[in-house]
Design a protein around this ligand. Structure first.
Ligand code: BGC
Length: 494
């Protein structure tokens, strides 16, 4: 072990699991829940008759004549904008959020996120027209932009160093719980006429309020305080969160990291250097691939998709609840498996599983669901099963690892900037899928599933040839132990 590794070695940093850290887990729960709730709520709401009649009467009309075309029932740009606008706002504001995090700290940034969440929930739940609805979604998106940048950063900075990976995946776990919670709320209110959808959108206020209260209770992270030259306060906070007096080793490491980050005056410029390409290309590609699996076609539009294959309103919402449960449980598997089996094994296994599911769904729909007609009960059941099989594979691999790997492969000088690129690539492609999926389904019909399968095949090749294993490698030893040894990436590292 060389000197620098010894300095950063987690074993050198004494810590206890303190009450303060427990409060912070709680806060994480609300940040993750909030994002997950926004992901999960729109599909069910979109599929509710009362909602369609009020805002999208043309879609409702088309649905009544669904016998004319199964695949095009919901092909409407405004309807898709209801879901996608959130991600466009998040994309823009995640860059602003990274600046706010640096300049004002994590705590105020989280507070800003929660205020936007509260306003967005209030506006969308009380919307009287499409414009109010979409502005409400945009406000929620601004919240997501601030929250998704600040909360994971906050968490990784207060977590004891040797728990950082697990904390990262736990954030994702809360996202999946948020999605499930949204599916359950949609299912519960679907019989409440004509305002069930308002309840669904208003309940988003609950995790938002939790995050708001949380952001008042917590104190700033030591890293953020040191970054802004509040050294004494940073040292005091570190003692408080670690629950021990001897925090000098960790404090010195935080100072060194902050100084290194300051020396790299223009992190975005630094990122454009050849030697930054490997983590940058990997981070951005993983995020793009994560979205091109088609996961959000399912997370956003599962109820719509299940209606397309012939379920009634109830059945489709219930099926969405089932996929939500599978999503949560499989993410738990990932928390346990990721440091035992390694990143590559999980990603590759999931590619096979997701490829089989997409191709099988495509075949069933292609053979048995023509534009006018319906699947048998058994076939529709098989589609639900295959969707669950797909979600299972995603949730123990590409879901959490798409976020974990970019957070552990950048050196400290470019970490925040590099991660911001990864987050915004994710938001952009989430936006694209949300905006395009229903139209693509209308035009491509069952072939849309082969389209996603094609992407999954390419992702598998990417993992085999270009993704190095990063399990167990200390973050600051990445260059020496990973990039410089990889047959392709070493060419960038002289
Ligand atoms: C993805 C989200 C997705 C979620 C599903 C996350 O990793 O980034 O887009 O909706 O997983 O659980």
């Amino acid at each position: 072990m060389d000197e620098s590794e010894k300095r950063i070695s987690p074993q050198n940093f004494p810590s206890k699991l303190t009450f303060y850290v427990a409060i912070c887990w709680f806060l994480a729960a609300f940040g993750g829940l909030m994002f997950g709730y926004d992901i999960g709520i729109s599909g069910g709401v979109t599929a509710m008759d009362d909602f369609q009649i009020k805002f999208f009467p043309k879609v409702y009309e088309k649905k009544l004549h669904a016998k004319e075309n199964n695949y095009c029932k919901y092909d409407d740009q405004y309807l898709q904008l209801f879901t996608s606008s959130l991600y466009l706002a998040a994309l823009v504001f995640s860059f602003l959020a990274s600046k706010a995090c640096d300049k004002f700290g994590r705590k105020p940034t989280i507070l800003i996120a929660s205020v936007f969440f509260l306003c967005g929930a209030a506006l969308s739940a009380s919307a009287m027209n499409v414009a109010m609805l979409i502005v409400g979604r945009i406000l929620l998106g601004v919240g997501v932009g601030f929250g998704n940048e600040a909360v994971p950063l906050f968490l990784s900075e207060i977590a004891p160093v040797n728990h950082r990976g697990a904390v990262n995946i736990l954030f994702q776990l809360f996202v999946t719980i948020g999605i499930l919670f949204a599916n359950l709320v949609n299912f519960a209110v679907s019989k409440v006429h004509p305002y069930g959808w308002r309840i669904s959108l208003a309940v988003a206020g609950a995790p938002a309020a939790g995050l708001f209260i949380g952001s008042l209770v917590i104190s700033e992270t030591p890293t953020s305080l040191v970054e802004r030259n509040k050294l004494e306060q940073g040292h005091k906070t570190l003692k408080k969160i670690r629950g021990v007096d001897n925090v000098d080793a960790e404090f010195n490491q935080i100072r060194a990291a902050c100084e290194a980050a300051k020396r790299a005056k223009a992190p975005f410029k630094e990122l454009m250097k050849k030697s930054s390409f490997p983590p940058l290309i990997i981070g951005i590609s993983l995020q793009i691939f994560q979205q091109m699996t088609g996961i959000n076609a399912i997370m956003f539009y599962a109820p719509v998709l299940f209606q397309t294959v012939g379920f009634k309103n109830d059945g489709s919402l219930l099926s969405a609840v089932i996929t939500g449960v599978v999503n949560v449980v499989s993410t738990v598997v990932s928390v346990v498996a990721v440091d035992k089996l390694g990143r590559k094994a999980l990603l590759l296994e999931a590619c096979v599983q997701m490829f089989i599911s997409q191709v099988a769904i495509g075949i069933i729909l292609h053979l048995d669901l023509p534009a006018t007609g319906s699947l048998t009960k058994m076939e529709a059941g098989a589609v639900v099963f295959l969707v669950c099989f797909f979600v299972m594979g995603f949730a123990w691999s590409w879901g959490p690892l798409g976020w974990l790997i970019p957070s552990e492969t950048f050196p400290v000088e470019t970490r925040a900037a590099g991660f911001a690129f990864a987050v915004s690539s994710n938001m952009f492609f989430t936006f694209v899928v949300a905006q395009a999926f229903l139209s693509m389904m209308c035009h491509m019909q069952a072939y849309i599933f082969f389209f996603f399968a094609g992407w999954i095949f390419v992702m598998g090749l990417f993992v085999v040839f270009l993704l190095p294993e990063t399990k167990g490698v200390p973050i600051d030893a990445m260059a020496e132990r990973v990039w410089k040894k990889h047959p392709v990436w070493k060419k960038f590292m002289d």
